[in-house]
Design a protein around this ligand. Sequence first.
Ligand code: HEM
Length: 444
Amino acid sequence: MTSLTNRRSSASATDQLPAPPGPRLPLTLQTILFATQRHRLLPVLHRRYGPVLKLRLFPERNVVSISDPADIRAVFSGSATVFHAGEGNQVLKPVMGAHSVLTTDEGEHRRIRKLLMPPFHGAALRGYRSMIAEIAEDEVAGWPTGTAFRSHESMQRLTFEVILRVVFGVSHGARVDELREALSGVIAISALDIFGWHSERLQRLGRWRRNAAMLRRADELIYAEIADRRRAGDLADRTDVLSRLLAVDEDGDTLTDAELRDQLITLLLAGHETTATALAWALHELAHSPATLAKAVQAARDGEDRYLEAVIKEAMRLRPVIYEVARRTTEPVEIRGFEVAAGTTVMPAIGVVQSSPDHHEAPETFRPERFLDGSATTNTWLPFGGGVRRCLGAGFSLLEAVEVLRVVLRRHRIEPDRARRERVKPRNITFAPARGARLIVTPN
Ligand code: HEM
């Protein structure tokens, strides 16, 4: 049972409800603490103020964080007209564009999502397996033996090659090489760089100017690829996302070049850093848990994918790559007896739910078995968000991660370079291992 009500249509719309409680710290301080420490701060604040709390953050200002799984579920399944995820994701607009599946809402979002879904579902997914394994073999074969290296960087290279192949159907050639270069610059942005995306003035200066130039170059390359592909005679035989999007769908719907550009860059960016980070955490946790590692190695040798999938799911629970998602309200709503005004950013706090002892036994322990014995439920495992905005690549990234883990564990024995686990480092949107998930490996 949840207490989420649309205030405009509720009989009690005229009653005065209290605003959610929350810290009274100045906006600037709250913003800095949120940007750098929310994985520590939010669990503490939710214990203190309860499952619905108000924050003041720049630039959204009115933010309500929610941590009760029933309320989160109600928000995820709430009306897409009332809960705007696209507006909640506005910070991504300067890079992903105004037409991106991530930054649009309602009718426009529905239309684009429908066009993007086929390559990420069912039979299409299974078709990617051997390509992923091949790319993983190539990457892992180049790992140095006996010396520490950052496995996160290796996973970034690998997942980028995979997503390039899925999106464009190719991962070699001069244009793709240049695109790889330009996009890796766009991805490696810090919180400071993000300010630059929102200010034309800053974009005339130093690092922001370089970032803007890189994005412009990436755009030129993507538009050139779209133009070439429009002229290709074999679209019907191709299975990559770009070719599928260029072919007319059953309702005769097609995307303009600008709409296509936004989806391609969204998939390239959303689809690779997230999976790379999840894999880096999984390798890191395995390296620090010898008994679980031994079971995972056996599973990799036996082709036992269920255990490997449980490993990656548990890594995503314990080390959420994305700590919270956002929905901007277009109308006042009531959550658990609190008034949430129109224009508020409601944030389901994925990381708080996944680390709470109320929902997971011994939550700080890395124990993949909880995904095999039924103790982890879908309501309390939310790394991909939910509802009509649930991650489009959820199935794909799980499949990719299992393929990669199998290749790594068959080929190498992995160890951490230090006994202590790495800290969590918030990197703009994702939460990564602070030292790059360093490993020492020896060939099997
Ligand atoms: C471990 C890997 C990944 C994680 C943790 C992750 C997480 C997320 C989250 C939390 C959201 C927001 C959901 C919401 O607002 O409720 C999202 C959306 C999205 N993700 Fe992922 N993602 C991953 C991999 C991928 C991959 C591989 C792709 C593409 C191939 C992808 C494409 C997208 C897209 C297009 C959306 C927007 C969906 C929409 O708004 O309708 N993601 N993802």
